[in-house]
Design a binder for this molecule. Structure first.
Ligand SMILES: [Zn+2]
Length: 178
């Protein structure tokens, strides 16, 4: 395929290009998919990456991919010119519209920027059995990307509670690095 004369000059597509391409490709089936399909992709990919590269690298890949998705999501679907409370209200609304989960801001410290967020009915993990570890590494990156994009500061979100650790919500601590 690399030698195909018609493809020779085609540019390498980035995330935003692929996202644009899906916008009107499914006239009959529409834009929604069951959670089962999302999890099939997520957990098969997770398993494959872990087998090939080990667990730590798999987690890093999920976090980094989630981060890219979060930055994209913020730029495409959120208005970063809104002040904090309006921005979080919009974020809650969008996460529900996209059926990603139900977001609550549990704590926010204006001085340090530290936030504690919970997501219930999370698309990645709700209903999972007890595994003794948090599994929403993609969401960690996703939230980091959104907060970093909005604030211009380097945010890192870490999941501290999860369905997979026996909780009913996923809880993330978000801090500004450095
Ligand atoms: Zn979780």
């Amino acid at each position: 395929m690399e030698n195909n004369v018609f493809l020779r000059d085609s540019k390498k597509l980035k995330l935003a290009d692929y996202m644009r391409a899906q916008e009107n490709g499914r006239e009959n089936l529409g834009s929604e998919l069951p959670v089962a399909v999302y999890r099939l992709l997520e957990y098969s990919l997770r398993e494959e990456l872990e087998e090939r590269f080990g667990k730590e690298e798999q987690i890093r890949i999920f976090r980094n991919a989630g981060y890219k998705a979060g930055v994209y999501f913020a730029q495409k679907y959120l208005d970063s010119s809104l002040e904090m409370s309006e921005f979080t209200a919009q974020l809650q609304k969008r996460l529900e519209e996209f059926k990603i989960g139900v977001l609550r801001i549990e704590k926010f410290d204006e001085d340090t920027g530290r936030a504690v967020l919970t997501v219930s009915e999370d698309a990645d993990c709700s209903g999972l059995p007890l595994l003794g570890e948090t599994v929403c590494n993609y969401d960690e990156g996703f939230l980091s990307g959104i907060l970093t994009s909005y604030t211009g500061r380097n945010y890192t979100a870490t999941e501290v509670n999860c369905w997979a650790t026996g909780d009913r919500v996923c809880r993330f601590r978000a801090d500004i690095d450095g």
